[in-house]
Design a protein around this ligand. Structure first.
Ligand SMILES: Cc1ncc(C[n+]2csc(CCOP(=O)(O)OP(=O)(O)O)c2C)c(N)n1
Length: 278
């Protein structure tokens, strides 16, 4: 696997944010806030942890990554392109008719394990895959990224019980805990309470981490892998719209793409941030 140091990973995350914004600006629609919040999580996972082979995406022994919060797919697409699953040129076709890069992920695109977008389903699928891998005696891990708003879905809690019941220690969930969902703060729409306590009560190992600290995320993924007999949920505290001041922490940027001038302003900010990384 391509091994980058933490500063290089921080730079990679900014490059990916720039590509995400370009994709969304060209598409003229899409989900900006929740794509930007999850970039560092994806970079830590894809550049440090995931056992995979972009030239052989269906390799039986790969670790699986499921994007349950499917609307955040611009970030996943950009990471997959940077990893070499497909050409970067495809990124600029986001949401175009006939493109493989639809507004929610579809199986058939290299690196995409499940079609997603209907929130709440990913963790159940992760359990099914983990059980199948156990039967086949394949030692691979299954990662599933959800939104904190997504945990309002009842199916998430059925999956929580299932994973604990079957002691699925190869399942590692991640919550992109940016405190916002489609139309406001999660605590106002339907308060999820303290995530860590809920997951622990459901029999999970739970780890809280700053979701923009790539070194901390790597450490959390490494810790999770050592825990046997129970699944792990990583609660990654993030900022919706992370990296662009006028997008950060604003529910109205949930499902809106930047216009050309906004895009240019955002790129200026991200380039400045890039220049501060020595
Ligand atoms: C089953 C289902 N209900 C409603 C929606 C509409 N929807 C799309 S995104 C979203 C909010 C999700 O919030 P969160 O999971 O916190 O995502 P993030 O803030 O990370 O973008 C909703 C309700 C959906 N996609 N699926």
């Amino acid at each position: 696997m391509e091994r980058l140091n933490i500063l290089e990973l921080d730079k990679k995350a900014i490059e990916i944010r720039k590509d995400v914004l370009k994709m969304l600006m060209i598409a003229g629609s899409g989900h900006t806030g929740g794509s930007l919040s999850s970039v560092d999580i994806l970079v830590a996972l894809y550049y440090h942890k995931l056992k995979n082979d972009p030239s052989n995406p269906l390799w039986n022994e790969r670790d699986r990554f499921l994007l349950s919060k499917g609307h955040g797919c611009p970030a996943l697409y950009a990471v997959l392109a940077h990893k070499g699953y497909f050409s970067k040129d495809l990124l600029w076709t986001l949401r175009k008719l006939g493109s493989q890069l639809q507004g929610h992920p579809q199986i058939g695109l290299a690196g995409v394990e499940i079609s997603s977008g209907s929130l709440g389903q990913g963790l159940s699928i992760a359990n099914g895959i983990a059980l199948g891998l156990r039967m086949d005696k394949i030692v691979s891990r299954v990662y599933c990224l959800m939104g904190d708003g997504e945990t309002n879905e009842g199916q998430v809690w059925e999956a929580a019980m299932t994973a604990a019941h079957y002691k699925l220690d190869t399942v590692c969930g991640i919550i992109d805990c940016n405190k916002l969902q489609i139309d406001g703060f999660c605590c106002e729409v339907k308060d999820p309470g303290i995530h860590k306590h809920k997951w622990q009560e459901f029999g999970w190992n739970a780890i809280e981490v700053n979701g923009h600290d790539i070194a901390g995320l790597i450490d959390a993924f490494d810790q999770a892998e050592k825990v046997k007999g129970k699944p792990t949920m990583i609660i990654a505290h993030t900022v919706k719209g992370k990296g662009v001041s006028f997008i950060e922490n604003k529910a109205e940027w949930h499902g809106v793409s930047p216009k050309k001038e906004e895009y240019e302003e955002a790129i200026r900010e991200l380039d400045e941030a890039l220049n501060t990384i020595k």
